[in-house]
Design a protein around this ligand. Structure first.
Ligand code: UDP
Ligand code: MG
Length: 315
């Protein structure tokens, strides 16, 4: 059975937010008339959220509960929800009431006007100034690195057409950069301003440590988007650079020793040896990466494209 909309909401220790969340969702969704399901993915909560959700299930027939066997993180929780979803449109959001369910119709309607992904933009974000500042910097770099024009990659409130998510396996902390990844595969991306509220109950699951990891995430994304299909181009280029440097230095040392009476063994010899080893290692690594890619690409289960069949326009 297909539905109009699936809501996917990861939950980790959010007991005091859940009743209000479901009440708000119901009043936001009822007027739309869309057939829908609300999938709450319990990321192995330990604060009694699980028990409360079970009792709430009797009150809300649209509520579906998934429970991860062990605490796995926000992205795996979303991935579990994506796999279970039956809606044509998928909307993701947080359980902590920072996102406002009244924004859901806006995102879905924008999606229906001809997009594959609509990402929320918390223009007036209600988090600490330090988090807002770091996030603004990170977004600026991400815009450059991914060439996707979003102001707020980290906003959880996003709408997707289910078809573009098929075959995507989100891992790590990928939920933040999913739109950039989907854009690289050809999805049409849009952005809408959404409301944001301070967290009133429960604690944020991401401390300052998470902020320090942001630059590495950005580095990984820009590398993956550029070179994940052609690793030899990145690593081979570096390798050639190393080998060329080694060759030039060796040439210089040889000419110096033969014609100018210089010495053979000097610090330069070590530099050229290290450069040569570095170059060879890069090329070997590039070949290894290509081999892994080849094994994966020739497996018929893994498609290297995403396509959709266009329906006849109804007259
Ligand atoms: N979450 C989760 N597993 C985790 C971390 C977070 O399911 O390991 C959920 C959490 O319950 C919330 C959402 O993901 O619904 C976003 O988390 P949080 O509000 O702590 O993030 P922040 O808004 O502070 O970035
Ligand atoms: Mg939050």
């Amino acid at each position: 059975m297909s539905l109009d909309l699936s809501l996917i909401i990861p939950v980790y220790n959010e007991r005091d937010n859940l009743e209000k969340l479901l009440a708000e969702l119901q009043s936001a969704l009822q007027p739309t008339g869309w057939t829908h399901e609300i999938i709450l993915v319990d990321d192995a909560s330990t604060d009694g959220s699980t028990e409360l959700l079970k009792t709430l299930q009797n009150r809300y027939p649209a509520l579906r509960l998934l429970r991860l066997m062990r605490h796995s993180g926000q992205t795996p929780a979303l991935a579990a929800g994506f796999d279970a979803a039956r809606g044509e449109v998928i909307v993701t959001m947080d359980a902590d009431l920072q996102n406002d369910p009244r924004d859901i119709p806006l995102l879905v309607n924008t999606l229906q006007s001809g997009y594959d992904v609509v990402s929320g933009w918390r223009k007036d974000r209600k988090d600490s100034w330090l988090r807002c500042f770091i996030s603004r910097m990170a977004n600026r770099i991400l815009r450059r690195a991914t060439e996707v024009d979003l102001h707020d990659f980290g906003c959880s409130l996003k709408a997707y057409r289910r078809s573009v998510l098929q075959g995507i396996v989100p891992y790590g902390e990928m939920h933040r950069i999913l739109p950039a990844y989907l854009a690289a595969l050809g999805s049409r991306i849009s952005e809408k301003e959404v409301r944001h509220r301070p967290r009133l109950s429960g604690k944020s699951k991401y401390g300052f440590g998470r902020t320090l990891k942001v630059p590495f995430d950005i580095l990984a994304v820009s590398f993956l988007l550029r070179y994940s299909r052609t690793p030899m181009r990145a690593l081979g280029g570096l390798g050639l650079l190393g080998l060329t440097g080694a060759a030039l230095i060796t040439l210089y040392v040889t000419v110096r020793a033969l014609f100018w009476g210089g010495i053979w063994v000097s610090p330069l010899l070590f530099v050229s040896t290290i450069l040569a080893l570095f170059g060879l290692q890069c090329i070997a690594l590039g070949m290894f990466a290509e081999m892994l890619l080849w094994m994966q690409a020739t497996d018929p289960k893994n498609r290297t494209y995403s396509a959709e069949e266009l329906k006849h326009a109804s007259n």
